[in-house]
Design a protein around this ligand. Structure first.
Ligand code: SF4
Length: 74
């Protein structure tokens, strides 16, 4: 399995999915719920809401329906 596939399996999505207009977006409510979990997480860098585990910027990642937290918090 490629490193890229492992990343996708762990995180549900990749940054490229954000650029794909066919990638289904999460509802505003779901994205907001996810972001609240991330903001309370010790693994987030608060100023930029970047996850230390996946490296993603959570303001964006939470908006993709297929995304998932790499440690199963959402
Ligand atoms: S994606 Fe998961 S591990 Fe990363 S900041 Fe959000 S809750 Fe924490």
């Amino acid at each position: 399995m490629s490193a890229w596939q492992k990343y996708k399996d762990k995180n549900g999505s990749t940054p490229l999915d954000l650029l794909n207009p066919k990638s289904e977006r999460a509802t505003d409510e779901l994205a907001a719920e996810r972001l609240e979990v991330c903001k309370a997480c010790p693994d987030v860098i608060p100023v930029v809401n970047q996850c230390k585990r996946c490296g993603c910027f959570m303001d964006l990642k939470t908006k993709l329906k297929i995304s998932k937290c790499p440690i199963g918090k959402w």
